[in-house]
Structures are given as structure tokens and as C-alpha cells.
Write a protein that binds this ligand. Structure first.
Ligand code: ZN
Length: 410
């Protein structure tokens, strides 16, 4: 911190500030009795209260007294299917005691195609309204950046409609939206698979790129969905059109998707339930971020939980995400951290790191996820005495305030 820059907002005297800036001593960069100074949208100073007040002119700043509270970066939720129509509550409830065939024999619509049907019937406005409610809950739980995938349209017009909703949300909501094109989420009922892959490659990707509707191109590469060779065609077309790459990999079978992610230099590979050590090493070498979703495994009662400990011990970059979707209705990254720690043996520090810095890396962003001078002022303030309480109080929302781009939004 040099000079005395004028602050517009100062968060003062927090019991702990968790910068999430990696130091040898502490993965979450804890500062006791810490302050954060902000000018406009940007953080200009982080340190002990004394350090910050020595370097920042806070005479005209709004001051938030954070005595007895904990300050952390806003969460970056790097994998969601936020925009969808309808509800799959009947399916979820019935699945508590019945298997899938039983549920289908009762006439209850199930799976991705049930959501496709419901999403196609909705207007842009009604889809945006539903997603906005979920986004507001995410923000209230401390999330300031959300990735949002298409994939419930499965036709050119319907996929574009879903991505238009992302654009509307970005304009209206106090959460940053990162848009992902996932036309290759499933095969629609109305055409043969080869024709659909052609449609994705020759019609959807060019239009998505031309209208700047997405940053990422993603594929659900899985048995019964897109094969490795189909995924390769789609991802190569996405990359040629200027999109960055993501892939749903190894969720129900080790299928070769992780190796494809490493080979193509995807930004992230997501799920990884069946990923073995060889594939983990390849992902790490290729700089691919591992995105894992503990609450999704819980919601689908996954029989093969991912091996987060092996990923962390191999020093892969790991991101935690909600996977908010009709099959996994979770908005809270705090709950994700709680599950990650108790069920997947993350340390609390590893979980926070994965929910902030890890999430930002999974979106190819280096301007957020940490509290440091020059970074975006996306900050949350927790009403808890020490950091550990965020994983200790199960199902509790610790958030007192959320600041997004320097503005108090919760
Ligand atoms: Zn997904």
C-alpha cells in the first residue's frame, strides 16, 4: 500500500479478514483485527486496522464497523444450471423411496428432458424471473459471481433464448454472470444424434459466438450422452469460434473425457467421480481446474463420491461449486463447504480457498476470489466470531453483508 488514496468504503476492525492470498503459513491469509479499504469498484488496501488507516484516506468514506465479525471474498460459484423452467420437486420427492423406473411408471416426468420440455414452454421473461429469485438467494448467501449454463433448450432458438436470459440477469442483478453454452447437454427427442451434433457445430456455436452470448463451451461427455469423439468435435468447434472450454467428465464412468480436457487445454473438468490418479496428474499438468460438487453427490445419492483428498494432495487447483439445477436445488456455497469438509475431507481452509480462488480460476478469472489491492471489491461479512464457525454451523447462513463491486447489496 503506497500513497494515501481516497477510500469510498472501509470495512474496519474485523475479528478476522480472510484474504485467501496464499502464504506459506496460512492458505486463507488470515489477518486478525483487519480492515479492507475500497475505492469505487476496487480494493485499495487490506491489512491490520493500523496498516490500512496509515495508507488510506478514509475521511470521506462510508465505514462499516466489522467488530466481532469475519470478512471474506465473495464466493465464485463456477458450475450452475441456473436458468430452467418448471420444477422437479415431484421427481426428487418420489426418488426418496423409489427407484427411477418406479417413479417413471407413476407418470412423473424425470431427468434433463423433463426440464427441457418445461423450459421450452416458458418465455424469456418468466425464465429470468425464476432465475432471479435463485440468484437473490445465492447473493444473500455470499455468492457474487455465478457461472450459468444453457442446455435445457436443445434447439437453436431455445438455446439462444436461455443465453439471452443470462444477458438479462447480468444487466439486472447484483451478481456477475459468466455465460456458458451447453447445447451438448443431452440429445433432443425430435432428431437423430448425428444431426443434432451437426446442428450444435454448424448452427449453434457460430451464432453463440457471433452474438457474444457465451464465454465458455461445455459438453456433457458421458455414457448415454455425448461420446468422446462427439465432445471433441463440439469443443474444437467452440475453441475455433473463440470460446473457452469446459467439460462434464467422469460423473458416472471414466470415459476418457478428462484426457480430452487435458489435451484440448480446457479451463476446467467438472464432477470427476471416477477420475483416477493418472488422469488427475494429466489434468494438473495441463493446468485444468477440477470443479467438484459435494451437494450434487448428496442430492443424487451418488454411489461413487469423488476423491477430493487425492486431488488436493496432488496439488491440483480445485474449485467447489453448487451445481444448482432442477436435480440439486442448492444456493448456498456455505453448505457446499460444510459438505466438502465433513464428507470429502477438505480442511476448512481448503474449502474456502476452493469456493473463492478455485472458483475464479475455474472461470479463468484473476480479478476476484481474493481480498488484495487492485482486485474487484466483492466482499462478504459474516456474523461469526471466527472462520471455523462457517463450517461448524450446519445449514446456517453466516452472511451479514455482501459488497459487490464496492457497493453494499445485502
Ligand atoms: Zn452440470
Amino acid at each position: 500500500m503506497t500513497g494515501r488514496t481516497k477510500a469510498t468504503l472501509v470495512i474496519a476492525g474485523a475479528a478476522q479478514v480472510l484474504t485467501c492470498v496464499l502464504s506459506s503459513a496460512d492458505l486463507v491469509g488470515r489477518i486478525e483485527n483487519g480492515s479492507v479499504a475500497i475505492a469505487g469498484e476496487t480494493i485499495i488496501g487490506v491489512g491490520s486496522a493500523v496498516e490500512v488507516s496509515a495508507c488510506v484516506d478514509s475521511a470521506s468514506a462510508q465505514v462499516i464497523d466489522a467488530t466481532g465479525k469475519v470478512v471474506a471474498p465473495g464466493f465464485v460459484d463456477s458450475h450452475t444450471h441456473l436458468v430452467f423452467g418448471g420444477s422437479r420437486a415431484p421427481e426428487y420427492a418420489a426418488r426418496m423411496t423409489r427407484d427411477l423406473e418406479d417413479v417413471q411408471s407413476l407418470g412423473i416426468p424425470t431427468g434433463i428432458l423433463a426440464t427441457v420440455e418445461a423450459t421450452r414452454k416458458e418465455t424469456i421473461e418468466s425464465l429470468a424471473a425464476g432465475a432471479e429469485q435463485r440468484l437473490w438467494q445465492m447473493l444473500r448467501h455470499g455468492t457474487t459471481t455465478v457461472e450459468s449454463k444453457s442446455g435445457y433448450g436443445l434447439s437453436l432458438d431455445q438455446e439462444v433464448k436461455q443465453l439471452e436470459v443470462n444477458r438479462i440477469l447480468q444487466e439486472r442483478q447484483a451478481v456477475d454472470i459468466v455465460s456458458t453454452f451447453l447445447g451438448a447437454h443431452a440429445f433432443p427427442r425430435e432428431m437423430p444424434r448425428e444431426r443434432y451434433v451437426d446442428l450444435v457445430v454448424h448452427a449453434m456455436i457460430p451464432q453463440v459466438a457471433e452474438q457474444c452470448l457465451a464465454v465458455f463451451c461445455d459438453v456433457f461427455c458421458e455414457k448415454g450422452y455425448f461420446s468422446v469423439s462427439e465432445a471433441r468435435r463440439i469443443l474444437e468447434a467452440g475453441r475455433a469460434a473463440g470460446l473457452k472450454l469446459k467439460i462434464h467428465a467422469d460423473e458416472y464412468k471414466a470415459f476418457g473425457a478428462t484426457l480430452l480436457a487435458a489435451e484440448l487445454g480446457a479451463v476446467s473438468a467438472d464432477h470427476l467421480n471416477y477420475t483416477n490418479c493418472v488422469a488427475m496428474r494429466k489434468l494438473k499438468q495441463a493446468g485444468v481446474v477440477a470443479v467438484v460438487m459435494p451437494v450434487l453427490d448428496f442430492a443424487v445419492r451418488h454411489e461413487h463420491p469423488f476423491d477430493a483428498r487425492a486431488m488436493l494432495d496432488k496439488q491440483m487447483t480445485v474449485a467447489l461449486a453448487t451445481d444448482l439445477c432442477p436435480a440439486c436445488r442448492v444456493e448456498s456455497m456455505q453448505l457446499v463447504m460444510q459438505f466438502a469438509c465433513r464428507l470429502y475431507r477438505f480442511s476448512p481452509e481448503e474449502a474456502l480457498h476452493a469456493a473463492t480462488v478455485g472458483g475464479a480460476r475455474a472461470l479463468g478469472m484473476d480479478d476476484r476470489g481474493v481480498l488484495a489491492a487492485g482486485k474487484l471489491a466483492d466482499v462478504q461479512i459474516w456474523s461469526i466470531p471466527t472462520f471455523e464457525h462457517v463450517i461448524y454451523r450446519i445449514g446456517h447462513n453466516a452472511v451479514d453483508k455482501v459488497i459487490r463491486r464496492g457497493r453494499i447489496v445485502v
